[in-house]
Design a binder for this molecule. Structure first.
Ligand SMILES: [Zn+2]
Length: 503
């Protein structure tokens, strides 16, 4: 059995689940569902990042201990993903014992690799990023441009990792495609970053109160970013369940946002190389949203709660809109007007209407019985029927993470079915058709209208079956409802609206 190990980044618990984290997690969920349906042994991992100064400070502000704070906030993510119908296989928290003990084993191995040394670090540190920042990256006021505040000036003892040793290997594996970075714009960005020369990185810091101690020097704690990256290995049993680890590692796909490519595409593979583990096969970085044309910011108060959208329009509308409207990998705009337009045109009037029209005609015109293959006895279908190559189109688009194109291919079948109805006008055919099914007529031409009517409705029904099958990973709720509708004979009257707004 082929396996497919897919991960999202683990999310910082000092912020609530937002539209960006929902976007990555929904995309991962679609892929996990798709590969499960293809009989892969899928392992879908998500989770929360819970260490570091940022958490300790946020906990203090909330009047809680760090542990209380991260327990409460991690639950918000689980709840949100449950409400959005995300079916992950595992949820890792970096404060769990299984993670902390695996990280310690990983660091001891890293120390033995000979790629670790002690030195003094002098420079700037942005707590918002939990990362060192260069003078050249600051804005005119001397602030971190992303966090609008000055970094801390730091002079301290750190342990370092010889990242600079890995530039050639990284270039070779990225250029050959052995280590895949997608989309190509991100691959070029990573290669040009490596081209500028790699500096060694700090792997530990002194005096960080809410972090994992460095196993060989407990005056230091492990730099949170490296602790976090290792979740992809700790969650599948690194150092404790070797069989499980061997089953799933290396990851087939790390889905990330474009802001964390340096950590995932440069530092992470180098660390794995140092401890003798294979690199992930592929890293795909998606883009960012604006909301109604504006950058998401606290001062504008335009952050979107994905649960609000799901409450109003249903989970599937949120999933459909995000994956259909914005090519995965590009930046995009989350426009409320376009969400509504897509909901009306593509879902309620598009798919919803086709389903109710088709099932109503089948019932009203006494077309029966139906099987998954269509009408019994009606075999003669147009050989150019578009559902013939839908599967291979979708397979290709999914492999490229082109969710928008996969959905467009499904919606193309919907348009063609609508056209078939308009061209053949079943409501006129039925007027001249006899009541007896014409397919068994011995004499051709006896009841052509009846034969044609049954062929048309059979074709429509088969289109719905195909659409429903391919919708499953994208719109799981709709898939469940439609499966029920397609199986029910006599049909449920009135045909339940597939897409009903709740507000
Ligand atoms: Zn910053």
């Amino acid at each position: 059995m082929n396996k497919f190990y897919i991960t999202t980044p683990i999310y910082y618990v000092n912020a609530q689940p937002h539209i960006g984290s929902a976007y990555t997690t929904i995309a991962a969920d679609v892929l996990a569902r798709y590969y499960r349906a293809q009989n892969y042994d899928v392992h879908f991992l998500t989770g929360t990042a819970e260490h570091g100064t940022k958490m300790a400070t946020a906990a203090k502000a909330a009047g809680q201990t760090p542990q209380e704070f991260v327990d409460t906030n991690s639950r918000l993510f689980k709840t949100a993903w449950d409400k959005l119908g995300i079916k992950y296989d595992d949820f890792i928290r970096t404060t769990e014992t299984r993670h902390e003990s695996a990280v310690k084993k990983f660091f001891l191995k890293l120390q033995k690799s000979g790629k670790v040394y002690e030195d003094e670090y002098q420079g700037l540190y942005c707590v918002g990023h939990e990362a060192f920042i260069k003078e050249s990256e600051l804005d005119d006021q001397g602030n971190c441009p992303d966090h609008a505040r000055p970094p801390e000036k730091i002079k301290e003892k750190n342990w370092f990792f010889k990242l600079s040793d890995y530039a050639d290997l990284l270039k070779t594996k990225i250029t050959s495609g052995e280590f895949q970075i997608e989309p190509p714009s991100r691959r070029h960005e990573v290669l040009s970053f490596i081209e500028q020369g790699l500096e060694d990185i700090s792997i530990s810091r002194p005096h960080v109160e809410w972090a994992i101690p460095l196993p060989w020097d407990t005056s230091q704690t492990i730099y949170v970013w490296l602790d976090e990256l290792f979740n992809y290995c700790s969650a599948i049993g690194y150092g404790s369940d070797q069989e499980k680890f061997n089953t799933y590692w290396p990851a087939d796909l790390h889905l990330i946002g474009k802001d964390i490519i340096k950590f995932h595409c440069v530092i992470w593979p180098a660390l794995l190389e140092a401890i003798g583990e294979p690199w992930p096969k592929k890293i795909f970085a998606h883009g960012f949203f604006t909301v109604d044309g504006q950058k998401i910011s606290k001062s504008l108060g335009n952050a979107i709660d994905p649960l609000d959208i799901a409450n109003e329009y249903g989970i599937d509308t949120l999933r459909y809109f995000m994956l259909r409207d914005i090519p995965f990998g590009s930046d995009g705009d989350f426009s409320h007007a376009r969400l509504k337009a897509r909901y009306n045109a593509d879902l309620a009037n598009g798919l919803g209407n086709l389903v109710s029209r088709t099932l109503n005609m089948i019932e009203q015109y006494s077309i029966s019985p139906l099987t998954k293959g269509g009408l019994r006895g009606v075999k003669e279908l147009d050989s150019q029927h578009p559902i013939d190559n839908l599967q291979s189109k979708i397979d290709t688009h999914i492999q490229n993470l082109a969710f928008d194109k996969a959905l467009a291919a499904i919606w193309n079948i919907i348009s063609q079915a609508d056209e078939l109805i308009e061209e053949t006008k079943p409501w006129e055919l039925v007027k001249s058709a006899g009541k007896t099914p014409g397919v068994n007529a011995k004499t051709p031409g006896v009841d052509e209208a009846r034969v044609k009517l049954e062929q048309v409705l059979s074709q429509l029904y088969q289109s719905l079956v195909a659409i429903n099958e391919h919708l499953a990973p994208f719109l799981p709720d709709t898939h469940a409802k439609l499966t029920d509708l397609l199986a029910a004979r006599p049909i449920k009257k009135p045909v339940n609206p597939l897409f009903a707004r709740k507000k």
